[in-house]
Design a protein around this ligand. Structure first.
Ligand code: GLA
Length: 389
């Protein structure tokens, strides 16, 4: 976990952004910004219920090379897509054609809406965060763009505000009602740590990733399908549960209270609420186990989180279950679960260091035999949030 697995990869990404910028604009960029992807260790779908999450930023990045312009135009080139988009800061509209550019437009829109004066920009963007895998490639773009505006426009913006405005871009400009977790961890991540985030107070506590184990992400290669509509349905079901239980958010219900009053809810809403209420408790217990060095207990809580997401929250799928089950059968695995919104994407695994080499061979093989899909496996390190290179 502590070894830096991909410094070359990251260096190449930065060189690519810098060189392509020079080629396009015949001048070096004024700044180079890197924003990581993220993986969530535990605490799924709790963020929009004012609850607790425990994500880490990972060693996969969006890198942007940028320079200010004298006018009010923003020009952004996505190297990996081979596409460019230009827009005016005085006319920020959703682009139906260059949809990828809406993360950039949305952030400019949210920052200006909050009263920040923005400079025009030239930007060249490249990324090795896999797209649509549940590792937050789009939130990484949002936070990176916010950081570029902040740096080149000298904006007084702290990490939490940056996260909130990036989330607002996603919620109100792009139209996905996500919680705060992704933008928060990408904005404020700490090397070698996960962050326990209280999604109500927006305070965090860094929790060291323990030595002696690897953090492994397995991409099922099942692209997240239904996710937007199902995500919004889950949110509404949680809101209904909170209303029926007479609380501001499900964060305010303890597992004991929930058990006492579960009968007041319809079967579906009851299941959704049970997941959230028990998951919040699991996050707090998981942090205690990490602090006490009890990795076995931490792993058990990860496994329980998966079962709850599969059976109560119903956001897993056959591929995620197959990957998690392959990991559960593997020697040296402390815990394994789906991570992110669900319906495809990735699993997160905590594996004893000495069992890592066998894991990265055996688990993909078992998964492929079960599903016919060829997965991707990343041994990750926990990294800094958005920063200048
Ligand atoms: C997506 C959202 C997050 C969070 C997770 C589920 O990643 O963007 O806000 O709700 O799903 O935990």
């Amino acid at each position: 976990m502590r070894s830096r697995k991909s410094p070359d990869r990251f260096r190449i990404l930065q060189q690519r952004a810098r060189n392509q910028f020079k080629q396009a604009y015949a001048a070096p960029p004024a700044c180079l910004v890197a924003a990581p992807g993220r993986v969530n260790l535990i605490g799924e779908h709790t963020d929009y219920n004012d609850g607790f999450v425990l994500p880490a930023a990972i060693d996969r990045h969006v890198v942007i090379a940028a320079a200010p312009r004298a006018d009010r135009m923003v020009r952004v080139t996505a190297l990996d897509l081979g596409r460019s988009s230009t827009f005016s800061l005085d006319d920020l509209r959703y682009d139906e054609v260059e949809r990828w550019s809406n993360y950039t437009r949305g952030v400019a829109w949210a920052l200006q809406g909050a009263g920040y004066a923005l400079p025009g920009l030239d930007m060249v963007l490249t990324s090795d965060v896999p797209i649509a895998s549940g590792l937050s490639s789009s939130a990484a773009i949002e936070v990176a763009v916010a950081y570029v505006f902040q740096t080149l426009g000298n904006l007084a913006l702290d990490g939490v505000r940056r996260a909130l405005l990036s989330q607002q871009a996603e919620n109100d400009f792009v139209g996905m009602r996500c919680g705060i977790m992704d933008q928060y961890i990408i904005s404020l991540g700490k090397r070698d740590h996960a962050l326990l985030i209280d999604c109500r107070s927006l305070e965090y506590q860094p929790v060291p990733i323990p030595a002696g184990c690897s953090l492994i992400v397995c991409d099922t290669k099942k692209r997240r399908g239904l996710v937007d509509s199902e995500y919004n349905t889950r949110r509404s079901e949680c809101e209904e549960g909170a209303r029926l239980l007479g609380v501001k958010a499900l964060r305010d219900v303890t597992p004991e209270e929930f058990e006492r009053r579960a009968d007041e809810l319809s079967p579906v809403v009851r299941r959704r609420c049970r997941h959230i209420v028990t998951e919040d408790q699991r996050v707090l217990d998981a942090v205690q186990s990490l602090k006490g060095g009890d990795l076995a207990r931490f792993g058990t809580l990860m496994n329980a989180s998966h079962v709850s997401l599969r059976d109560d929250y119903q956001v897993s799928c056959a591929e995620l279950d197959a990957m998690v089950e392959a990991a559960w059968r593997q020697e040296g695995v402390l815990g394994a679960r789906m991570t992110g919104a669900g319906f495809g994407g990735c699993t997160v695994n905590l594996v004893r260091s000495e069992a890592t080499a066998a894991f990265v061979v055996d688990v993909p093989r078992a998964y492929q035999a079960a599903t016919g899909l060829e997965p991707e496996v990343y041994v990750c390190s926990a990294e800094e949030g958005v920063h200048l290179r």
